[in-house]
Design a protein around this ligand. Structure first.
Ligand SMILES: Nc1ncnc2c1ncn2[C@@H]1O[C@H](COP(=O)(O)OP(=O)(O)OP(=O)(O)O)[C@@H](O)[C@H]1O
Ligand SMILES: CC(C)(CO)[C@@H](O)C(=O)NCCC(=O)O
Length: 306
């Protein structure tokens, strides 16, 4: 990775510069609500400098838009699109939610929306019909055309763009729910496939989500670590969400720990690890920024493309 600048925790944390250190009590509560295990030190040292960097990128994009607006006599409101990629269970959605909470404190971009590409998975019925239920998360399990169309519409400045919603509890698309993206200042798009280049248009015009990203982040960690986090999350879910009778994994709720661990390990090794190795890991080289995590999700290193 030669085209990246490399920062350890200490050098990165100093780049927070003028970002106010203090988060209000309300903001703190909001961050705690995202994930109780995220430490405040991590937010201060890693995510505040990152929010400063992104703010600079957004401002520069807004300045360019103003020039075009002045030239044309009217200014379109086009969201700044951030992609967050990485393995299953690396912490993409947690990272995206922390960023959302931090970025919408800035007056230049008060409206920050968040979408996960999980919503663009085919519903289970369709996955079963295609015989690919065991390939959830692999490129062929997503409606790539719908996803690219969604992103293209958002980046064309369209109001009220609709995104479908996925539930980790029912393990399926929620048929009667959707999210509306209405010209935010920033849209964070989180998902293991946001940097993938899979053809999504069989008419020959090949378009990828990554063509529309203004800034991309890859959250990275060693595979041993990822397996541990996946199993731990599975166990946490088992105690909580799986005990909901609507949960797809309800039958796992009563499994003893040792058996639950082997089920989780098996799912990890046969599905998510294979997907990481075949389809996700190589997209790391395309990211503008790589966040490298060590033990307990603590950031070890940050790489910034220059
Ligand atoms: N910064 C963090 N500090 C502590 N724990 C974290 C952090 N980020 C994520 N985790 C934990 O790691 C696990 C995976 O996190 P998360 O659900 O955000 O991952 P993900 O990459 O979005 O996964 P998926 O692709 O399956 O949706 C969760 O149990 C979460 O609580
Ligand atoms: C929904 C995805 C693909 C991504 O978030 C993932 O969490 C998943 O469900 N993977 C399939 C295998 C598993 O159940 O972990």
């Amino acid at each position: 990775m030669q085209s990246y600048l490399t920062f350890n925790r200490n050098t990165w944390s100093k780049l927070r510069n003028s970002v106010p250190l203090t988060l209000t009590e309300i903001e703190l509560e909001e961050l705690r609500g995202i994930n109780e295990s995220v430490s405040l030190e991590e937010v201060r040292d890693i995510y505040l400098p990152l929010s400063r960097l992104i703010n600079l990128y957004v401002k520069s994009r807004q300045d360019r838009r103003k020039v075009i607006g002045e030239f044309l006599g009217h200014e379109d409101k086009i969201p700044f699109l951030i992609g967050v990629a990485g393995s299953v269970a690396v912490g993409k959605s947690t990272t995206a939610r922390i960023l959302q909470a931090l970025l919408d404190r800035w007056s230049e971009h008060p409206k920050v929306a968040l979408i996960t590409t999980d919503g663009f998975l085919y519903p289970n019925d369709e996955l079963n019909r295609r015989g690919i239920m065991h390939r959830k998360g692999f490129p062929e399990s997503y409606d790539g055309r719908k996803l690219v169309q969604f992103v293209a519409d958002v980046k064309a400045g369209k109001p009220q763009v609709i995104a479908p919603v996925y539930s980790h509890i029912t393990y399926d698309i929620l048929p009667n729910q959707h999210k509306v993206i209405d010209q935010p200042d920033i849209l964070i798009l989180e998902g293991l496939n946001v940097l993938q280049s899979n053809p999504t248009d069989d008419t020959g015009l090949r378009r990828y989500v990554s063509d529309y990203l203004d800034f991309s982040i890859y959250v990275d960690a060693h595979v041993e670590q990822l397996e541990e986090w996946y199993i731990q999350r599975f166990l946490d879910f088992r105690k909580g969400a799986f005990s909901d009778p609507n949960s797809y994994f309800n039958h796992y709720a009563s499994l003893p720990d040792t058996q639950a661990i082997s089920v989780a390990r098996e799912i990890w090794r046969t599905i998510n690890l294979v997907n990481l190795q075949d389809n996700i890991l190589h997209t790391r080289d395309k990211a503008d920024l790589v966040l490298q995590k060590g033990d307990s999700h603590r950031m070890k290193q940050v790489l910034l493309r220059h």
